[in-house]
Design a protein. Structure first.
Length: 496
């Protein structure tokens, strides 16, 4: 057992990577699903084990092949990425419980094994981006997750899914190209790719034009990946036309991992002094974050397709995270990190609830959902609780995020930013309320009149995430404590 615990960092990546091709070999839908579920929950258990080790003994440095960094590749686990690993593996495991009934309704039989293969590869890539301590390895895992994500989105039965996947491929490739050029420029100046070593060797050359160019390339590349306004255009179609289970998984994990990588590079490698005290990137991040909140939330109010509505809501929520980054304080980073977790569980739950509706009605157009709350009460109750969390109602996780964000803005003396954050929540009230009004204040008609409640196999995973939004909203000690520890580590930069 001790031997296994020593190798948890590499097992976290190897297990899902090896299981992915096995899904194609097994082929049978039930066998493949069982394998994927076992692997995903094993990844969650391993992430929990890594978190306990970090809390007990401090950061973990795992050397691949026994080669000492910076010569060898290092997997590094600290308070920040242990927290993100828990998030990604938790969402990956819960969504897989939901998957069989959903993909049976939305995907052809022949694509089932391909779905689980791409899903596990995507999970591998996201966890790899989180755990690696090598800058080029981040790019490698970014490509693994992105390529599998393009395939997952393109599996949707609506022909527009292929267009959405292709659009994401083009934008994602541009983002990855900018990212790898930035990495190449940093390597040219330092001769290393290990993140800790990179942070040290950058100091003497920090004010060169090459490092400034690398900073610019990385900023644009990562902003595309995390869907920062106005570089968000790939996201609405991707979320709208992907299969419901794919939308739930991608919406809850992909942009969150990109936000983590952004934090790791700009606070950990470049350092707070260069990124914020010298270049003052906060004057770029905070306005764009707030613009994203208001523009995306306003567009969401006028959407009639609920998947697209929640997609624009996700762009707004990324805006809140970016504002937290730009506040350049422990409280601001705590707000960003805690919102990574909080938004993942509530948005994952909301998209799972929409998947239940798609299974019964075949659509999530608002005009078709009149009275659906009376025909699918358990599903719509989950949606309402998720919506309340999105607004930021007390005793939900959304309130915790807004509380820390407003507190951080007031700490800086930026009270207009605090006011704008609160006003942004009012726009969330507008688009959530119109769904509630349609679902509960009309008599069922059309497809909704014939609908029945979703199967238990889909409701249980949905309510697991809803339970998390309520539990961690009422008792935020665990998530906020981990987020604050991670924030303090980021403010201090990377260290051996």
């Amino acid at each position: 057992m001790n031997l296994i615990s020593q190798h948890l960092p590499i097992l976290q990546i190897i297990v899902p990577m090896v299981a992915a091709p096995l899904c194609i070999i097994l082929r049978r839908r039930q066998l493949v699903w069982i394998l994927a579920v076992v692997v995903a929950w094993a990844c969650l258990a391993m992430a929990g084990g890594l978190m306990l080790q970090v809390l007990s003994h401090g950061p973990i440095s795992y050397h691949l092949g026994g080669w000492e960094p910076p010569w060898g590749i290092e997997y590094r686990v600290d308070a920040v990425n242990a927290f993100v690993l828990i998030l990604v593996s938790l969402i990956g495991a819960v969504v897989l419980l939901y998957a069989p009934a959903s993909i049976e309704a939305e995907l052809p039989e022949a694509r089932a094994s391909l779905f689980y293969t791409a899903y596990l590869l995507c999970l591998t890539g996201l966890m790899g981006m989180t755990i690696t301590g090598d800058a080029f390895n981040v790019f490698v895992f970014l490509e693994i997750s992105s390529l599998s994500m393009y395939a997952l989105i393109g599996m949707g039965t609506d022909r527009r899914a292929l267009t959405a996947s292709f659009q994401y491929l083009i934008v994602g490739t541009i983002g990855a190209t900018f990212f790898v050029i930035g990495i190449g420029l940093l390597y040219m100046m330092t001769g290393t790719l290990n993140m800790v070593d990179l942070a040290e060797r950058l100091q003497p050359v920090m004010h060169t034009r090459t490092v400034l160019a690398a900073f610019a390339f990385l900023t644009v590349g990562l902003s595309l990946k995390l869907a920062l306004f106005p570089l968000h255009l790939w996201l609405p179609n991707a979320y709208t036309y992907a299969p419901s289970v794919v939308t739930a998984f991608v919406a809850a994990t992909a942009t969150k991992v990109s936000v983590y990588v952004f934090l790791r590079f700009f606070y950990g490698i470049f350092g707070r002094e260069y990124a914020f005290d010298t270049l003052h990137i906060e004057y770029f991040l905070v306005p764009l974050g707030l613009l994203g909140v208001f523009v995306a939330s306003t567009v969401a109010v006028f959407q009639t397709n609920l998947k697209r509505l929640l997609a624009y809501s996700s762009i707004a929520q990324v805006g809140y995270m970016v504002v937290g980054i730009g506040l350049v304080s422990v409280t601001g980073l705590t707000a960003t990190l805690v919102h990574l977790f909080n938004h993942a569980v509530m948005k994952g739950a909301l998209f799972l609830a929409l998947g239940c509706i798609v299974m019964r009605l075949g659509t999530v157009e608002l005009s078709e959902l009149r009275g659906i709350g009376k025909r699918m009460p358990v599903t719509m109750a989950a949606f309402v609780f998720g919506g309340l969390s999105l607004i930021g109602v007390p005793l939900t996780v959304g309130f915790i995020s807004k509380w820390y964000l407003v507190s951080a803005a007031l700490e800086r003396g930026w009270w207009p930013v605090a006011v704008l954050i609160l006003l942004g929540s009012l726009l969330a009230v507008a688009y959530i309320w119109k769904i509630v009004e349609t679902a509960y204040f009309h008599d069922p008609e059309g497809k909704a009149a014939q609908a029945t409640e979703a199967p238990l196999a889909m409701l249980i995973p949905t309510w697991i995430l809803i339970g998390a939004t309520l539990y961690f909203g009422a008792t935020a000690t665990f998530t906020a404590g981990l987020a604050r520890a991670g924030a303090e580590a980021l403010m201090g930069g990377l260290a051996r």
